[in-house]
Design a protein around this ligand. Structure first.
Ligand SMILES: [Zn+2]
Length: 81
């Protein structure tokens, strides 16, 4: 079985981690939205490339790959103190 891909439906800056992002994806397994942290803009644009298993609706592995995202990013730009 191939790993399903999850489409990013929203991306925003992580207010508690400057330079990092939080994405909301549409889960290909249960169709609910799930959120994931992304450590950098590069990974956001390229797709996280790794498999994540945040879907708690599944009793099995529940993994998927977060697709690349090139859309708008919400949230204020954070400055390092
Ligand atoms: Zn899910």
């Amino acid at each position: 079985m191939s790993t399903p891909h999850a489409q990013v439906i929203q991306a925003r800056r992580n207010p508690s981690a400057p330079g990092a992002y939080i994405v909301t994806i549409k889960c290909p397994l249960c169709t609910d939205p799930h959120t994931h942290g992304v450590p950098s803009l590069e990974e956001l644009r390229a797709g996280t490339g790794h498999r994540v298993a945040h879907c708690t609706h599944r009793r099995d592995w529940g993994g998927y790959v977060v697709d690349p995202y090139d859309g708008p990013v919400m949230g204020a730009v954070m400055r390092r103190a």
